[in-house]
Design a protein around this ligand. Structure first.
Ligand code: ZN
Length: 505
């Protein structure tokens, strides 16, 4: 589906819309409606089920979203969390330098200084994307954090967290004290992050307030045991940085064993590449051929990242592969910086091992981006039928219950829905319009199962008394199922997969 078609459909169905829409909307801010809110929760639940399922020592915490100034000074965000901006001297429009340089430097401006960017602008006589003038200012760094006055004196500064990772680093010492005092220790956060983007765009892809799901794994670099043999045969779709430098951009399918062989990439890193890849393929159900692990080169990645592969999925609405997550090996940068900044030594002594300043492996996901990707990948148009092929455990409305005739079959339908709800399965009763219309509405909302209550359900004399028609969304196959067995029949479909588990459908 094209970008504008998808936006229109999602808005019409109440999945999401621009914030303060009645005031004309606000750039880079979106609100989720009922379907969007539930879908987002399901994605977060599936993420937790998968990644916290990797170890009993991985925990979710919920931090405050404001960071005091000393924290962002130590983390480097005050100094370095900037995007070079260029202003047009003629029309006064402001652009990200990356936008101005798009045609002459498609690989982006990461790693370039403002002076180097300015040199490229002059050399190519680049023009204002808005009015065409060449009166562009020298790029200057623009800090992307939202700073706030804190407290009544106005002398203290705090910042809306620009990433959720910092909260995990700040909590490490406390988590160590309250936990089992072993490494690896994982601290996950699912929360808002805020960035004052110069040019928000592509709907959920560059927002000013968005949700991240991040797992920071603290580990001893000399000892990070993983069950590598479980994943060694997995073929990973990779684009290596060195291949790109040699002009080869295509995806290669390489066995995990080979990636970790000959001291290439650490086993613990490849293991988490596999788990992240499987999350996209087996949990979010993106077709394997649309997923790739894209390695960032020395120049492209942040200086503290020793290894970085982005998880990218090919999205029709955005015309190519888009980054939805990433795996960052950050070394000891974070605990080192916060150790210095706070004066609190963050090295630890795991039982039976020497003192160590833990390293960090970060698994990071943009929840909003992933929600968008689920719409892009799974909203399916076939002739005049539109249906959202969401995996059942991600569906905002798991079951729709339809009385064939509103009056005659309404009470029985409500009782079926109530029985499902008391079994922990969310079901809604829909009585509006023909059965065909109701199926269509539920198809578009991604509801995997429709249950129809009809005359045979309620008539004591009917051989089908006490049964309903169960319709499956994707195949449209129908069968009669006893009401008594409905919940037990459907429940397995609503459990999100866990690593190493088996799939219900
Ligand atoms: Zn201009």
């Amino acid at each position: 589906m094209k970008l504008d078609e998808l936006v229109a459909l999602l808005r019409r169905r109440g999945v999401l819309w621009p914030s303060a829409e009645i005031y004309g909307g606000t750039q880079g801010l979106y609100d989720y409606g009922p379907l969007g809110t539930r879908l987002k929760q399901r994605i977060e639940d599936a993420w937790q089920s998968w990644f916290l399922g990797l170890s009993e020592d991985y925990h979710l915490i919920q931090p405050a979203e404001l960071l005091p100034e000393p924290v962002v000074r130590a983390s480097g965000h005050l100094e370095n969390f900037t995007d070079p901006e260029v202003t047009c001297g003629h029309c006064h429009a402001v652009f990200r330098a990356e936008t101005v340089l798009e045609k002459v430097r498609p690989e982006g401006v990461d790693g370039l200084s403002p002076a180097e960017i300015g040199e490229i602008v002059t050399r190519h006589q680049l023009r204002c994307p808005s009015c065409g003038s060449t009166e562009l200012t020298v790029p200057r760094p623009f800090n992307l954090m939202f700073g706030l006055d804190f407290g009544v004196t106005g002398r203290e500064r705090v910042y809306l967290q620009p990433e959720t990772a910092q909260a995990s680093y700040l909590s490490f010492a406390r988590m160590w004290d309250v936990g089992r005092r072993t490494l690896p220790l994982g601290v996950a956060v699912i929360a808002h992050a805020y960035r004052n983007e110069i040019a928000p765009r592509q709907v959920l892809f560059r927002m000013r307030a968005f949700t991240q799901a991040e797992l920071q794994i603290f580990f001893d670099p000399t000892d990070f045991p993983v069950p590598f043999s479980d994943v060694a045969d997995e073929l990973l779709p990779v684009v290596r940085a060195r291949d790109r430098l040699a002009g080869r951009e295509e995806v290669r399918r390489v066995a995990a064993r080979e990636l970790a062989g000959a001291g290439e990439l650490p086993e613990f890193y490849v293991y988490h590449m596999v788990q992240s890849y499987r999350f996209y393929r087996d949990v979010l159900r993106h077709p394997a051929e649309r997923i790739r692990l894209f390695e960032k080169s020395d120049q492209e990645r942040a200086f503290y990242n020793r290894i970085q592969f982005d998880l990218e999925v090919q999205l029709e609405s955005l015309g190519g592969f888009k980054e939805l997550g990433a795996i960052h090996y950050r070394g000891d940068y974070d605990l080192g910086r916060h150790g210095q900044g706070s004066g609190h030594d963050l090295s630890v002594v795991p039982t039976g091992r020497p003192r160590v300043l833990p390293h960090v492996l970060e698994l990071t996901f943009g929840v909003d981006r992933n929600l968008w990707a689920l719409a892009d990948a799974h909203l399916t148009v076939e002739g005049d039928r539109t249906y959202w092929k969401l995996p059942s455990y991600l569906s905002p409305v798991p079951v729709g219950v339809f009385p064939l005739l509103k009056k005659e079959h309404g009470p029985a339908a409500r009782s079926v829905a109530e029985r499902l709800r008391s079994a922990g399965i969310r079901a809604v009763v829909d009585t509006a319009g023909s059965i065909g219309k109701r199926y269509a509405r539920m198809d578009e909302a991604g509801t995997p199962f429709g249950v129809t209550v009809d005359g045979e359900t309620v008539e004591a004399a009917s051989p089908n008394h006490g049964t309903v028609t169960l319709r499956e969304r994707d195949s449209r196959a129908q069968e009669r199922v006893p009401i008594d067995r409905l919940a037990e029949r459907l429940r397995p479909f609503f459990v999100p997969p866990r690593p190493g588990g088996t799939r219900a459908d």
